[in-house]
Design a protein around this ligand. Sequence first.
Ligand code: AHR
Length: 497
Amino acid sequence: PRARIEFDPRFTVAEVPERLFGSFVEHLGRCVYTGIYEPEHPTANEDGLRQDVLDLIRELGPTMVRYPGGNFVSGYRWEDGVGPKADRPRRLDLAWGVTETNQFGLGEFMKFCRTVGVEPNMAVNLGTRGLQEALDVLEYANHPGGTYWSDLRRSHGDEEPYGIKLWCLGNEMDGPWQIGQKTAHEYGRTADQVARSMRYIDPELDLVACGSSSRAMPEFGAWEAEVLAQSYESVDYISAHAYYHPREGDFVSFMASAQDMELFIDGVIATADAVGAKLKSDKKINISFDEWNVWYQTAPTGERPEPWAVAPRQLEDVYSAMDAVVFGSLLITLLRRCDRVTAACLAQLVNVIAPIMTEPGGAAWRQTTFFPFAEASKFGRGTVLNVNASAPGIDTAKFGEVSALHSVAVANEDGSTTVFAVNRDLESPLTLEIDASSLPGVGEVTCSTLTDADPHAKNTFEDQTRVAPVANGSVAVKDGTITVELPAMSWNTIRIA
Ligand code: AHR
């Protein structure tokens, strides 16, 4: 089968927002402890950060990291995590049934962000707490000095304010599992009040209201409408969260998971714009897709932690080649819709449904999903172009007929062009023709391809490099047309110099 795409650098979707390549560090399992932070590890720096992990994070290329949760934040007292470590209390973490030692907190997180060079994205607790504590942590973080909370920060060794610009107003407040779950009306009012008061301290903030925890939530749509009816003028983003995994062995539908993400984005934008229209507002609310990934939401037997354990193994999904291709397709959707999805976070960064895995005291390695993210973050910068595509269809039980080809083109800042392309077909390769006649010229063209003869092949502790992208030798250029063979079930990064 053959597919063809064309684009023109004059016809654009949007500039790729810096915040599109965010990730997420939650106090969950071993994401923080023995993930990014392990003072006893042979590679630890003076802040207790694992430098083997820092190196992999730099290679992965996140631009922003959300913290400290997730469900965790809805029971979190941020003050527990600042000041002398010996004085920090151990607490029950009700979200994940474990003990939190608080040896890592806001100050350590800010050191981590500075060391890696990422923007912090901080969430406040609107589950067990509310307006006052949100204002307290903002004053601690962003006020220069001369007040109780800002001077406390300075007494903890951080003279300069952190200048955290992006804040999440709670987490998944629609979810029955959430500590302090709220109705849309209760949450919308709270979000509005918290947002308006936070802006009295710092008018430059960007604020994210909680949208639905997934498109499948019973209140999806109605939740966004009510929350934004209360808070439209005081927030900047509405959040979206989505996790995908194959259901009942239906891998064909799983390969088309990005269809659901697109419908999710369409629905949230339509709802937000409808609220704005009713309010006669010329402001637009954009989406912070601040949790997305493949996640097999079933704990493998034998992995349930002891009650109240410290940093046990939780949600340590091991990803396959197929998972990485679906993951790449989700990245393609985020790029294609980056006119309205202007922030996004891969959930999560290390060990917990993560692209990077570690062993305590031992190695750190790349999961299969590491590669599409690293390539998208490296080469998906610049301006997303409108792409016209023709490709064969695939019948899926879940989404009806979908295109076998899922692709996006980005005009890079250095004058090159990158096409990311997924072949969703599990059986057939696809011959992709790229009409490059609108480009001023075609220099060297390369293609990096991730696939595997075994769709379920994984990178594990025992075999850390089983799956990785390889150079695709099939690229040909003739009369302004680039041709490349996309193997069945593959993620491809085509670079046109
Ligand atoms: O990322 C794992 C969990 O998924 C987060 O804590 C929560 O926000 C979501 O349900």
